[in-house]
Ligand binder design. Sequence first.
Ligand code: HEM
Length: 220
Amino acid sequence: MLADETIPQIRPVRAEAWLEFVQVLTGVALVAFMWMHMLLVASINVDLGGGRVLNLIARFFEASDMTQIGGPLIAAVMLVHFVVAARKLPLRVREQRAIWSHSLSFHHTDTWLWVVQAGTAFIILILGSIHMWTVLTTLPITAAKSAGRIQGRWWLGFYLVLLPMVELHVGIGVYRAGVKWGLIKRASRKASARFETKLALAMIAIGLVSLFTFLVLTKA
Ligand code: HEM
């Protein structure tokens, strides 16, 4: 009798552990992609906006079909990550009110970080999808084409929103995953949070420099 009663509880726990694993795995893949992506886009700065280095890298990725295959793959990983993580998002108004009042009364930084991470997730899903669709449906990637978009100003505003959202989400995500999986211990939480903040600011700075180069130095 006792064994029967325990069965229904074992399955959800196991399913939850799998979902948690998929969430972390897709999260790590996306973080690795985002850091690589930032550095590849930043190649526009190597020859001060000339575009030769960026064009060479873009040609290599497209000639080996990595962009054509990797692009949609990243979009799929992003969608899986969102769907899996969404099981914890407060989608109903009642749940949103509850999480808001808890966050206000707890005065707990990690609770606030969770609220920011959930909010940025929605924005990244929408803006990231628009961005990937635009770039991947107008291949090949060239410095001139990217500069044309950014010098058109509309895309500049778009990236000025997307860039900090992505880096906030990535920074908080890496920190929270570290805490959840026991890699960041209670004693080192503050130092880890400081390191994550510096890393996020550095990535935002690299992104801003790239946008400036596209805007001012690169010929569209
Ligand atoms: C799927 C493959 C992707 C490709 C091929 C790609 C390609 C590019 C290119 C060529 C640019 C230069 C600007 C332009 O051409 O409009 C750019 C900029 C940017 N991308 Fe992506 N991107 C991809 C995915 C993503 C994703 C998933 C995100 C975040 C959700 C993202 C965020 C950004 C941001 C914030 C910029 C502004 C420049 C910077 O901060 O470095 N990209 N991307």
